[in-house]
Design a protein around this ligand. Structure first.
Ligand code: HEM
Length: 451
């Protein structure tokens, strides 16, 4: 696909003194991001008092993502998150990242994902077991419980009924929302005031840390497992030094945090979109009837579910849960024809790139067929980046795709879910994009129910 090149660099209008564009990014982030390509391939904005460039051009995004040494993790927003999440994998600088990723990659090999898929199937069945015809419930909440249970059982290798896992599940949301707020609205000392919100956040951090420390202590006491916690406890950096307990805890907090809201929100968007597009829902039903005949999907079913997978890809295009990330230049360089001195902050947004009509025609249309028969390959490189790219690409991408395809297919094999007539969905922008609570009623599938 060819695209008309954008003018090189520009500046976004409407910056406020000291706040820059922080208010626009906080109050109407998606509209603000989508307005930026009109100003150039690289658009200068103010993130609070700090300037940063938003990458609006896919080629430039590709170059930035694949040269992770020049465009390293960093930037003012990021540095605040680092204070909270330490030097865990998504936060680590280029040098540390290499050895950390090497140590953790085995936990995401295909055979491990097959093993996690057993947990996924059990949890999908557990979620749907109490469903009855006409039951009306918050589907987003149910999916969040589903993915939290899956990630804690697979990543922390702990039983979902454990007290520690329950504590992780209860605290993670509050911690993630709190981090997002502190990063996006940098109000410094105000976060130290004893307000109910600040106290809730601090309590959740303490509870989360204690729970994960307990899991680490247990695993230290009985070493030798092949799960991620055991891998981290046995990991050594290039100098032979092991990870401290705090480093292991940071890795586990971030991994659990990265691995549940993203997939839960994407699945909730998927069910909402199917409920609004009966012709697409019908095609999914036909496919799952042929492949699953009413049973729960397994990892081995992926090849038999091409249309369901294309629905997942299209949902990730329309509503990429990770909607913006930052980088910082580690040397003087040039991007999209613009000279950038060392220390320049950059920002890329999958949402912005996925909604450019030059890259994805009719971008607001839900069209899974874009991804059938290599359709996705027609998009320019760097244009479709729900999982990022280069060696910082999401380590859980295959895990997430299998989990989402299995959950979508297994539910659709037996149920269809519908909102109240006239209900609206409003995209909620926090640390991840989500649809907010979705009240849905479930109907059993079957000739009569489907008709
Ligand atoms: C739909 C689901 C998911 C989406 C859309 C997603 C998206 C992303 C994106 C865009 C990045 C790159 C960030 C950047 O460029 O700065 C990333 C990194 C990461 N993700 Fe995911 N993610 C998902 C699920 C998961 C899951 C299930 C896990 C783990 C169980 C996970 C763990 C991570 C980790 C650890 C990183 C850092 C990788 C590195 O820097 O080497 N993610 N994710």
């Amino acid at each position: 696909m060819t695209t008309t090149p954008l003018p090189r660099a520009g500046s976004a209008p409407g910056a406020w003194p000291l706040l820059g564009h922080a208010w626009q990014l906080h109050s109407r982030p998606l509209e603000f991001l989508n307005s930026l390509p009109a100003h150039g391939a690289l658009v200068r904005i103010g993130m609070g008092p700090y300037p940063a460039y938003v990458v609006c051009d896919p080629d430039a995004a590709h170059r930035m993502l694949t040269d992770s040494r020049t465009f390293d993790k960093g930037g003012p927003f990021f540095d605040k998150a680092r204070v909270l999440f330490g030097s865990s994998l998504p936060m680590a600088g280029w040098r540390e990242h290499r050895w950390q990723r090497r140590q953790m990659q085995p936990a995401f090999q295909p055979e491990r994902i097959d093993a996690y898929a057993t947990v996924m199937a059990e949890e999908i069945d557990r979620m749907t077991a109490p469903w009855r015809p006409g039951l009306r419930f918050d589907l987003t909440a149910a999916l969040t419980t589903l993915t939290l249970r899956i990630v804690t059982r697979s990543v922390l290798a702990a039983e979902a009924e454990d007290e520690a896992v329950a504590a992780v599940q209860h605290s993670l949301h509050t911690v993630i929302d709190g981090v997002y707020q502190r990063v996006m609205l940098p109000l410094g000392p105000l976060y130290r005031l004893p307000t109910p919100g600040n106290r809730r956040y601090r309590r959740a951090c303490t509870r989360l840390h204690r729970a994960i420390d307990g899991i680490i202590a247990e695993r230290r006491a009985s070493p030798g497992g092949d799960d991620l916690v055991s891998m981290l406890l046995e990991a050594h950096d290039d100098t032979g030094a092991p990870m401290s307990d705090k480093d292991v805890r940071d890795q586990l907090v971030v991994m659990s945090g990265a691995g549940f809201e993203t997939t839960a929100n994407s699945l909730a968007f998927a069910f909402w979109l199917l409920s609004q597009h009966p012709e697409i829902e019908k095609r999914v039903h036909e496919e799952v009837d042929g492949t699953l005949a009413g049973r729960t999907a397994t990892a081995a079913d992926m090849d038999g579910l091409p249309y369901t997978r294309s629905v997942v890809h299209e949902v990730l295009r329309m509503y990429p849960p990770g909607w913006f990330f930052t980088r910082v230049t580690t040397a003087d360089t040039t991007l999209a024809g613009q000279q950038l001195p060392k220390g320049t902050a950059l920002l890329y947004s999958a949402y912005l790139l996925h909604h450019r009509s030059e890259l994805f025609p009719d971008p607001e249309r839900f069209a899974p067929e874009r991804w059938l028969q290599g359709g996705g390959d027609a998009a320019p490189r760097g244009a479709h980046v729900p999982f990022g790219g280069g060696n910082r690409k999401c380590i859980g991408d295959q895990y997430a795709l299998v989990e989402m395809t299995m959950a979508l297919a297994s539910v659709c094999a037996r149920w269809s879910v519908h909102p109240d007539p006239g209900a609206k969905m409003r995209v909620r922008v926090r640390g991840t994009l989500g649809p907010g609570p979705l009240l849905m009623t479930c109907r059993p599938r079957g000739a009569a129910a489907d008709g």
